[in-house]
Every structure is written in structure tokens, then in C-alpha cells.
Design a protein around this ligand. Structure first.
Ligand code: SF4
Length: 342
């Protein structure tokens, strides 16, 4: 069982202590006996311990930086929402294929932002600009926000903030099961609580440091009972010997665990495994022993964003994935909606 995240080392920006959450977090970490260092900027942690890149990377992933979010311009977040809402950056998990490895580059440490009222105010502006349309905000574009929320409760505040909003909705996804503190949040059905789910072989081999499949299923059951709109992102869908049985087993377990009330408005997002050349280089550097299959000759090349091509499964394999998983969803969750396959 993966324990709730506790940082090994904490950095704090002096300005963060002007906010109640900054003070609260630092006194909590002091009480826990965690080393706290000062940093002038949450973007420039220069003196991380570690003798080489491999060690530094691992230490960074267990380092938490308490900072103030200065950029309050939100990125777009298609297809799942209109905007990414920035409460945190980085993650303590060690998924071999994690997109943060390439997007965070030299800054794999975790940052949490304490000026949450400023972030809510910015969200309010975006909602007003789009009124009367509903605006959806995605809270997990640059982090697994739920994985650190047992420490910060930022996500809980956001769930309650959007619970009272008329024009906004919140979404996030997590691979962590430490979500009990979110069960009594006043969500008013305005937050879609999603779990990133996969078959057991994939979680076991490629997602160290995250909650196991059974733990995520149990957490999803509790979330369903708490009345949240529930969803699953099956990602990355990865072909390995026995993948059809593996995914069937996953859907069977989900079906027997989830309360029937939670399956009436259930969503699935399906994302096949893909990689770029830069991502392959970073994965091989950070996880040199990985069993992840990254052979370009077995894949189809596809134009990606920013002109960087990505390697996806062949057309035939993609059809097989859509048919197989589509059939399972239809069988086990006939009322569920598949939002997209990509
Ligand atoms: Fe990346 Fe998500 Fe894994 Fe964290 S849990 S390492 S964000 S894929």
C-alpha cells in the first residue's frame, strides 16, 4: 500500500508566509520535523541535494515548495475543460510514461500555491467573460493535485468554491486513493471526480509510487457513495501480453465495487499510449530499467502539437483498442459515456 505523501524536504518563499495557508503549512511541517529551507522563487530551486542527476531527480520528487502563484493567466485545457486551474505543479509519483517528465524538465519538484483566493478571483473573471456559458476548469493539468491535498486541502476548498458557483465546474483526475478528506466536501455535483485507472499489470510495472488498482477502486467506490459525478481516465492504454483479459478484469472489479447510483452519470476518457523522441530519451534516463516498449518501428507516426511528432499504435491496433474497451464499457456500464478516444 502506498502511504500518503510526506515531503522529505520543504522550501518556502518568504512571501508565502503572508498567506494563512503558507503559515499553516510551514508550522505543520515544522511539527513533523521536516527540514525547511528558504527560496527566493518557487521556480528556481538551485541547491537540491544529490550527487548526480539520477539522485537529484528522486530527491526533487519528494521535495515540496510552498510558493505564491504569480501567473494568473490560465492555459486552455481541451478537450476535457476550457481552462487549466493552477493550484500545484509536479507530482511525487514515478510513472515511467508521465508527461511531466518532459514538460517540467529540470524542475521535477512539487510546488503548491498558497494564494488560492487570487486563483479563485482569476477563475471568476474567466467565468464572467464566458457567461452565460458554463466554464469548466481542470485542476490536474500540471500535477496530481489530489495526491498532495491531504496536506494542503486546496482542492477541497476549490470543490466547495465551485460547489457554490453558478457558472463554473471543476474536474480533476488522480492516481491516488488518499481522498477521504474530500468525501464530505460540499460539491453540489459540480466537480467531476476522476480516477486514472489501468489494468493491474500496467499499474504494477509502470506506476511506482502511486496507489494500487484495488486502492483506487475502493476510493472510487467511496467517491461514488459521496454523490460526486464520477469518471475514469483509462490511460495510457498499453498493449501487452494479456491486455484484453487485464482490462476485462479491471472493468469487472469496477462494476462489482461501484454503487449503482454512481454509474448513471459515469464518464470514460480513453487515451492510448504514445511517446515522442524527447520523451523516450527522458524516460530512458530517469527509469533506465523500464520494461516500457518504446520501439518506434512498431508504431505509427503522427503529427503532434508544437510540431513534435508522436508514436501511437497502428490503425489496426487502435481499432482493436476501441472495439475491445468500447465493448467492455457497453457490457459493464451501459449508461456510461465515452467522452473521447485519443
Ligand atoms: Fe505523472 Fe500522474 Fe504518475 Fe504523477 S500520478 S507521476 S502526474 S502520471
Amino acid at each position: 500500500m502506498v502511504k500518503p505523501f510526506v515531503p522529505q524536504l520543504v522550501y518556502v518563499e518568504p512571501r508565502a508566509l503572508e498567506y494563512p495557508l503558507g503559515q499553516e503549512l510551514i508550522s505543520k511541517f515544522e511539527t513533523m520535523g521536516i527540514e525547511i529551507r528558504e527560496t527566493t522563487s518557487h521556480n528556481q530551486i538551485r541547491n537540491l541535494p544529490g550527487d548526480n542527476d539520477f539522485q537529484k531527480y528522486r530527491i526533487a520528487k519528494s521535495t515540496l515548495v510552498v510558493g505564491v502563484r504569480k501567473t494568473l493567466k490560465f492555459d486552455t485545457s481541451k478537450p476535457s475543460a476550457e481552462f487549466a486551474i493552477p493550484f500545484a505543479t509536479g507530482c511525487m509519483g514515478h510513472c515511467h510514461y508521465c508527461y511531466l517528465q518532459t514538460t517540467m524538465g529540470s524542475k521535477p519538484y512539487i510546488r503548491t500555491y498558497v494564494n488560492i483566493d487570487d486563483i479563485f478571483e482569476a477563475a471568476d473573471q474567466y467565468m464572467k467573460e464566458r457567461a452565460p456559458e458554463i466554464t469548466r476548469f481542470e485542476a490536474s493539468c500540471t500535477s496530481d493535485i489530489a495526491g498532495i491535498d491531504h496536506l494542503t486541502h486546496t482542492l477541497k476548498k476549490a470543490i466547495e468554491y465551485f460547489g457554490q458557483s453558478e457558472l463554473g465546474k471543476l474536474r480533476f483526475v488522480t492516481k491516488f486513493a488518499h481522498i477521504d478528506h474530500l468525501l464530505d466536501a460540499k460539491h453540489n455535483g459540480r466537480t467531476r471526480f476522476r480516477f486514472s485507472m489501468n489494468d493491474e499489470y500496467i499499474i504494477k510495472n509502470f506506476e511506482p509510487g502511486t496507489s494500487r488498482q484495488a486502492e483506487r477502486i475502493e476510493a472510487a467506490r467511496k467517491v461514488g457513495e459521496a454523490g460526486y459525478p464520477l469518471g475514469f481516465i483509462i490511460a495510457p492504454i498499453y498493449l501487452h501480453d494479456g491486455w484484453k483479459e487485464g482490462y476485462k478484469d479491471m472493468f469487472e472489479k469496477l462494476e462489482s465495487a461501484l454503487p449503482p447510483s454512481s454509474t448513471k452519470d459515469l464518464t470514460f476518457e480513453l487515451i492510448q499510449h504514445r511517446f515522442t523522441k524527447p520523451a523516450k530519451n527522458v524516460i530512458e534516463k530517469n527509469y533506465p530499467m523500464t520494461k516500457l516498449e518504446l520501439d518506434e518501428s512498431k508504431r505509427k507516426w503522427k503529427w503532434g502539437r508544437y510540431g513534435i511528432g508522436k508514436y501511437v499504435y497502428t490503425d489496426q491496433e487502435q481499432e482493436d483498442i476501441k472495439d475491445t474497451l468500447g465493448r467492455y464499457i457497453q457490457t459493464y456500464f451501459p449508461n456510461a459515456r465515452i467522452e473521447y478516444f485519443t
